[in-house]
Write a protein that binds this ligand. Structure first.
Ligand code: SAM
Length: 233
């Protein structure tokens, strides 16, 4: 069945409560249809250009599948803040954090629409999550305002291609429907919000345009070179 009716935030939460325990397994099944999920996750994490000691927020972090990539980037002196709507998904993330012995991860149970970003974060990541939030535009705006100079917002998510391939979307909708992704969400364009709120912007289309990585970068601090006053003659 093609799922193209709207879905509320409560319904999204219910879906992920049911999926939480098997989420990691089912998410990896996308490999079976040739979706290079991990290559794309690595590209998205690398696009954050994080340095050791950096603070990064992940919106819709789910079970924390990206945390190993973020840990590698920020190191033990860095800080990772995972935000998610669904208690059961965060419970899986908490288990991962305990098993790995990470002491620099904070988990926040919150709708992204209500989350207050700490000031001066170095990076914000969201993979396969932000399009599920009807208020994605405000979330991106507030995140952009919280970014430190040179900080980056990176989104990896699904979208419809701009080509004839879009015709394949209705028959393929069953692939994403179990994750709460509906065809009507294709009208949500988070990459346009990234382009709107941040001065530098890049978009890379993946998988025939069915997925993308959007990167926005906050203004970098200008290094003003002062010319010394010349003596009057
Ligand atoms: C497909 S999973 C992605 C999880 C993780 N980012 C990943 O790539 O594996 C979507 C996640 O987004 C979360 N989510 C959906 N709507 C949200 C919202 N409005 N605020 C915060 N999290 C949300 C869900 O609870 C779920 O954990």
């Amino acid at each position: 069945m093609i799922a193209n009716d709207s879905i509320s935030t409560d319904e999204v939460r219910d879906i992920y409560r049911k999926r939480a325990k098997r989420y990691d397994f089912t998410a990896n099944l996308y490999y079976l249809i040739g979706f290079r999920e991990w290559a794309y996750r690595r590209r998205a994490a690398a696009a954050l250009a994080l340095r050791p000691g950096a603070t990064v927020v992940e919106i819709g972090c789910g079970t924390g599948l990206n945390f190993p990539l973020l840990q590698k980037a920020v190191g033990p002196t860095g800080r990772i803040i995972g935000v998610d709507l669904t208690d059961a998904m965060l419970q899986q993330a908490r288990q991962r954090v305990i098993e790995q012995g990470w002491t620099n991860v904070e988990l926040a149970l919150s709708d992204a629409a209500l989350f207050v970003f700490p000031d001066g974060v170095d990076g914000i990541l969201s993979t396969f999550a932000l399009t599920l939030a009807p208020e994605y535009d405000q979330v991106i705006q507030r995140g952009s305002e919280a970014l430190a100079a040179g900080g980056r917002w990176v989104i990896l998510d699904f979208k419809l291609p701009d080509t004839w391939l879009a015709k394949l979307a209705p028959p393929l909708a069953f692939l994403t429907a179990p994750f709460g992704v509906r065809l009507e969400m294709a009208s949500r364009h988070p990459w346009e919000s990234i382009a709107r709120y941040l001065p530098r912007f890049w978009l890379t289309e993946l998988y025939g345009g069915f997925a993308y990585i959007a990167v926005g970068e906050q203004e970098t601090e200008e290094h003003v070179v002062r010319v010394p006053d010349l003596p009057h003659r």
